[in-house]
Design a protein around this ligand. Structure first.
Ligand code: FDA
Length: 305
């Protein structure tokens, strides 16, 4: 219930204003968001990569209905990728994209063209791009776009959400050579005929998907903070005789940082998803929805002022 309410609020203009202008919001937001500028993102990336972690960078923003805004997002990614290349970070940091920030909601061809420009900049920076998966209405379009992008950029990754009833089928289709697939649980509100609502069902689906990806020929990117799923991932790696460099773990910036370092210390590839920029509202609200304790922390910090 609370999760659903927060996810609905994540799309409400009124709540957005209230949260964005609350005096202490920023302090709490900074637990999950690296900062507002590309300099902040570079600083966080240098720190994390210096500790042996890999990074994927997300320029915050989503759901645009404006071609000018989509163009601004492309430019922000190109600047980021140039800066990564300049700092020699291209082999340790890649980019994560939300296609709705590139125009997907009103012009799929424009979103594809914009994504292509970002993939070109990524290639010049010796790195890759992964497409985030957004709400269920965008799944077919995102899969079409990744299929097109992979003609020229076969290393383009895509996220699959285990809460989708069709997720195992998507994983089977995507488990081919070179195919980079990020498996996550899913962070958006979705109807029951499309997605499992029950946590246990989602976890079981995650395990089924992970089995398909780890047994397949592609490059699985296991995005979860869930200790049980991380243990199962380790067992599947042994079972499938996977070398540590043939798959990776992924976690979000600010969540279970010690576990991130523990896995990297054991020789696993561990990538941290670092989001930055001014459009942090939707991202932040999804982090609150994932964990009620975060909401309590947030509300207490507002009340204490
Ligand atoms: P779960 O939510 O069960 O959490 C397991 C444990 O992790 C919790 O008990 C807690 O300890 C910790 N934890 C999890 N979330 C926390 C939080 N917000 N604050 C504090 N602790 C927390 N989703 C999507 O729909 N599309 C996408 O493209 C992506 N991309 C993506 C990339 C990466 C790298 C990650 C890690 C996640 C995503 N997600 C995503 C989000 C994902 O779908 C999911 O909502 C979150 O990862 C939380 O799910 P867990 O698997 O961590 O399990």
């Amino acid at each position: 219930m609370l999760r659903q309410a927060l996810l609905v609020a994540s799309r409400s203009g009124g709540v957005r204003k209230l949260v964005e202008t609350a005096p202490l919001t920023r302090g709490v937001v900074h637990r999950f968001v690296a900062g507002e500028s590309v300099d902040d993102a570079l600083r966080a990336t240098e720190k994390l990569t210096g500790e042996g972690l890999l990074v994927t960078l997300d320029v915050l923003g989503e759901d645009t209905l404006d071609a000018g805004q989509a163009e601004a997002t492309v430019k922000a990614y190109v600047e980021l990728l140039d800066r990564l290349a300049g700092a020699g970070l291209g082999t340790r940091a890649e980019a994560s994209l939300k296609l709705t920030a590139l125009g997907q909601a009103f012009d799929e061809d424009l979103a594809l063209e914009n994504a292509r420009r970002i993939c070109t900049a990524a290639r010049q920076a010796s790195t890759t791009v992964t497409l985030d998966m957004e709400d269920h209405t965008t799944v077919d379009s995102t899969l079409r776009i990744v299929h097109e992008l992979r003609r020229d950029f076969p290393d383009t990754g895509v996220a699959i959400q285990a809460y989708l009833r069709r997720s195992e089928e998507y994983c089977a289709e995507l488990a081919y050579e070179e195919s980079r697939v990020r498996l996550c649980k899913g962070a958006y509100a979705a109807p029951e005929d499309v997605a499992f609502a029950d946590k246990d069902e989602v976890n079981k689906s995650y395990v089924r998907c992970m089995k398909v990806l780890m047994a397949g020929k592609g490059y699985p990117m296991l995005a979860t903070h869930d200790p049980r799923l991380i243990d199962i991932a380790g067992a599947l790696a042994v079972l499938n005789e996977r070398e540590p460099e043939s798959f990776e773990y992924q976690m979000l910036y600010g969540i279970r940082p010690q576990e991130q370092r523990r896995l990297a210390g054991q020789g696993a590839q561990m990538r941290v998803y670092v989001a930055y920029g001014q459009e942090w509202y939707g991202y932040f609200m999804r982090r609150l929805a994932e964990r009620p304790a975060n909401l309590g922390f947030f509300l207490r910090s507002l009340a204490s002022k």
